[in-house]
Design a protein. Structure first.
Length: 86
C-alpha cells in the first residue's frame, strides 16, 4: 500500500496484511472469505480493533440472527409460564 505524501507516493508499513489509516479512522486489510459467490482474498475495511466492517448482506444476516435468538428466548419464557407459543 502507498500513501501520497508531499507530492510522491510512500509505502505504508503493513502489519499482518493490515494497515490503519488515521485520516479516515479506518483500517484496510486482506480478508479471505466469500463475497458475491466468490471465495478468495478481498481488500476489506475494518475498525481500529481489526473487526471487519459488515457488508449490507452481513448486516441483514446479523439482524435476522438477532431476531431469531430473541424469538427463541421469548418462546422459552412463555413455555416456562406454561404457555405454548405458536
Amino acid at each position: 500500500m502507498f500513501k501520497w505524501v508531499e507530492g510522491r507516493y510512500q509505502s505504508l508499513r503493513l502489519e499482518d496484511n493490515w494497515v490503519w489509516l488515521p485520516e479516515v479512522e479506518l483500517g484496510l486489510g486482506l480478508w479471505l472469505g466469500e463475497y458475491e459467490g466468490l471465495h478468495r482474498h478481498w481488500l476489506r475495511w475494518s475498525d481500529k480493533q481489526r473487526h471487519w466492517i459488515l457488508t449490507p448482506v452481513e448486516r441483514e444476516w446479523q439482524r435476522a440472527e438477532q431476531e431469531k435468538q430473541r424469538a427463541e428466548r421469548l418462546a422459552a419464557q412463555l413455555r416456562a409460564l406454561g404457555i405454548e407459543p405458536e
